[in-house]
Write a protein that binds this ligand. Structure first.
Ligand code: GTP
Ligand code: MG
Length: 370
């Protein structure tokens, strides 16, 4: 049976999808990134790339490659997950705030009461977009390295008066490595010294060719301050998402990733989780990184308690045994004994990793650095 797509396996190993495709081709299999492969092939690849296959028990291949592929008929459309990246002070937070201001639902419910690092915007047309608050680039690559490629689309914010800066280039490289499509938001276009055309030209030397220049990367001129270009930006996000045909099975045990987590004075360990598959419900037993727990309460991005959260929904989860790390995976399991078993296994893996040996040859060292 086919258990995981090439891209997902690549993400979990923190390797480039294209490299896996190449390896598969050498093995005589012509497979594309989004195609699922069977367990034997997955295990071969895992070994070939010098990673270990992790098993919790014979019945269950662990999180390393647990990504069982849902049958096509179980898949339903889900909201795109969008991360905003860019250089310091280019207006990421301002743009996020401005976009949040367009949320029709927040307007109705009396505004956002809480900031949880991730939130959803319902557009005028009724579409939902999930935004991840700009994580530091380190957090982004750390999460990617740990197989938590949670972003569908990156918005690259470039200030039109400042142009491409070191962290812009970094963001571009992270986005390319993650194999995620990018939309360029040229910000601060209200400024008299703004030069959006120069930004587009400069992007060429990073091999990013925007539509105006005959390429296929979407770009839009915005001003987070004057709130211009926002509808167009949202339109482009939705257009990009439509092409990607994003879907997930909402009717299964939930899987998700930690966006951020902390110890809260009154509430104990709290994690903001982005649900990827299935529906997370109050009362569910789960493993989260090397911690386990039972969902005591779920709080949405508007600060409201909810009973459940489906794919692409960010929620705060209460009822954890301890504080997990960003990128950690949440997996709902059948009972508490199983949760403790998996958590203990993961704890052991963490200890093993700490004492792991250094790469023995040049090639594996290179791929370790990669
Ligand atoms: P860091 O989080 O520090 O990396 O910055 P950031 O990218 O989130 O930028 P932020 O939104 O904090 O904006 C930085 C400065 O630029 C602030 O003083 C904003 O008021 C200003 N700014 C943001 N967007 C615009 C815009 O569209 N036009 C103008 N004129 N100023 C803007
Ligand atoms: Mg900011």
């Amino acid at each position: 049976p086919e258990i995981i797509t090439v891209q997902e396996l690549a993400n979990r190993m923190a390797e480039k999808g294209a490299d896996l495709v190449k390896s598969l081709f050498k093995m005589g299999q012509a497979v594309t990134l989004n195609q699922p492969i069977d367990q034997d092939t997955a295990e071969l690849l895992v070994e070939e790339f010098g990673h270990r296959i992790q098993r919790v028990s014979d019945a269950d291949v662990e999180i390393g490659i647990t990504g069982d592929v849902d049958a096509p008929e179980t898949l339903k459309p889900r909201a795109p997950v969008v991360t905003i990246m860019g250089h310091v002070d280019h207006g990421k937070t301002s743009l996020l705030d401005a976009l949040r201001g367009t949320d029709v639902v927040a307007g109705e419910s009396g505004g956002i009461t809480q900031h949880i690092g991730a939130y959803q915007v319902t557009t005028k047309g009724g579409d939902v977009i999930t935004f991840l608050d700009t994580p530091g680039h380190e957090a982004f690559s750390e999460m990617r390295a740990r197989g938590a490629n949670v972003t569908d689309i990156v918005i690259l914010v470039v200030a039109a008066d400042d142009g491409l800066m070191p962290q812009t280039i970094e963001a571009i490289n992270h986005t390319k490595a993650a194999g995620v499509p990018m939309i360029v938001a040229i910000n601060k276009c209200d400024k008299p010294e703004a030069n959006p055309q120069k930004v587009r030209e400069r992007l060429l030397s990073e091999e990013i060719v925007v539509e105006d220049m005959g390429g296929d990367v979407q770009d839009v001129e915005v001003s987070a301050l004057k709130k211009t270009g926002l509808d167009e930006l949202i339109e482009k996000i939705l257009l990009q998402a439509e092409v990607m045909e994003l879907s997930a099975n909402p009717d299964r045990a939930a899987e998700g990733n930690v966006i951020e987590a902390q110890l809260d004075k009154g509430r104990g360990a709290v994690a903001t989780v982005l649900v990827r598959k299935g529906t997370l419900k109050v009362g569910d037993t789960f493993v989260i990184g090397a911690e386990s727990g039972k969902v005591r309460a779920l709080v949405n991005d508007k600060g409201q308690q909810v009973k459940s959260a489906g794919p692409s929904t960010p929620v705060e989860v209460l009822g954890l045994s301890g504080v997990p790390k960003a990128g950690d995976q949440l997996t709902v399991v059948e009972n508490e004994a199983r949760a403790r078993e998996v958590a203990a296994y993961r704890q052991e893996q963490i200890t093993l990793k700490r004492t792991a040996s250094v790469p023995t040859n040049f090639e594996s060292m290179f791929s370790a650095l990669n």
